[in-house]
Design a protein around this ligand. Structure first.
Ligand code: TXA
Ligand code: MG
Length: 354
């Protein structure tokens, strides 16, 4: 694609009202069919007019993403959904509890959402973000903003403006630097089924147990396991390899002593270890040659979520032979970490338990 001049604007997330002129301009760009990268509470989004098929095509081109992988439309208020999708009682129950916030709901689409935005599906993904900058731009644009994560296809989602600039400078009209994203992993995605149950398509900050207070939740098998040969993906995103670091990532399932022993026995030249804060001294003592990345305390999943994509981008700059990380537990926010990490590791899990 041809390169364009990208304007980069800083907005203070604690005081976005100081930047209303810039945010109105961002909204104008979107209304006129252009692309603006903006922060959300999960990851940065690459936004265009969700009612404009050409904007959807531009988004796919800027990301290098296949056109059959649909976009999420971002709305200012939960009830704005009515113009774009069929929403029933369960949607409003979810909205009352979790919106605005890091939840995306898959609903039957209305014709106002072009097929390009929906990747050709009959359904559409809807999300009402909490980030103030995101909300102001959507309000001023007065159209829903279609936005995938603002990374190049195949890179981790961007959680800071630095990541966005690395991937998107020259590919979009404007980048809004609103600091680090709060959570750091993408939104929880659920599909509302005809029988009023939910299917979890992507785990995130909003957990299965929280969702279960509202409705019955089934976890789509591809959230935890490899999609089998010939198996149909419930979400198009599941069939693409995601978040893949250049060096192979290996997930270790076992006590820290067994992990260190395994890493030592591999005898590779340039190894990186992503470890829990409390294990780093021990790892350093036994493996003085390895490069260490602190993902946060073992019981602090929010910090781990906040750091994961940042760390994956950092390790990619260093040309390691292999990267090792502890396998997260599949509970609470841990399920989101597990889901992202097994994908980044292409499902390479070493069982070190007896
Ligand atoms: O946190 C987030 O959700 C971020 C911010 C920017 O809002 N957005 C994001 O978008 O992660 P994206 O496009 O990177 O991931 C959306 C996922 C894709 O895997 C896509 O396949 C799936 O949602 N998806 C979108 N529409 C769908 C639909 N109608 N049915 C099933 N899956 C859908
Ligand atoms: Mg993405």
């Amino acid at each position: 694609m041809s390169r364009m001049k990208t304007e980069i604007i800083s907005v203070d997330i604690l005081n976005p009202e100081k930047s209303l002129t810039d945010l109105k301009r961002a909204a104008e760009i979107i209304k006129n069919g252009g692309l603006v990268v903006f922060p959300t509470e999960t990851v940065y989004g690459l936004g265009g007019d969700g009612t404009n098929p050409d904007a959807a095509k531009k988004i796919y081109a800027a990301k290098g993403r296949p056109g059959d992988n649909p976009l999420i439309i971002h709305i200012a208020k939960p009830e704005d959904v009515n113009s774009y999708a069929e929403a029933g009682e369960l949607y409003y129950k979810l909205a009352a509890r979790f919106m605005p916030g890091p939840l995306t709901v898959i609903l039957k689409a209305k014709d106002s959402v072009p097929r390009e935005t929906r990747g050709g599906l009959d359904t559409v993904a809807v999300r009402c973000p909490e980030n103030k900058i995101a909300r102001l731009i959507i309000e001023y644009a007065s159209v829903p903003i279609a936005a995938p994560s603002a990374n190049l296809s195949g890179s981790p989602s961007p959680t800071s403006a630095r990541h966005v600039i690395d991937d998107m400078n020259g590919r979009v009209d404007m980048i809004i630097d609103g600091g680090e994203c709060d959570f750091g992993l993408e939104s929880t995605i659920v599909k509302i089924n005809d029988d009023e149950s939910l299917t979890l398509l992507r785990p995130g900050k909003i957990t299965v147990s929280e969702l279960s207070e509202i409705a019955e939740v089934n976890i789509a098998p591809a959230v935890i396991d490899k999609l089998g040969d010939g198996e149909v993906a419930l979400s198009p995103g599941m069939k693409y390899r995601h978040y893949a670091p250049k060096a192979p990532l290996v997930l270790l399932d076992g006590e820290i002593e067994a992990q260190v022993k395994f890493i030592k026995e591999e005898q590779l030249e340039k190894q990186a270890v992503i470890g829990y804060s409390e294990d780093l001294d021990y790892i350093k003592k036994l493996l003085p040659e390895v490069s260490l990345y602190d993902i946060g305390s073992a019981n602090d999943e929010l910090t781990q979520a906040h750091r994961l994509f940042y760390i994956l981008r950092e390790v990619d700059k260093c040309g390691y032979d292999k990267i090792y990380a502890p396998l997260p537990v599949k509970e609470g926010v841990g399920l989101a970490l597990y889901n992202r990490m097994i994908r980044a590791a292409a499902h390479t899990i070493i069982n070190l338990r007896r």
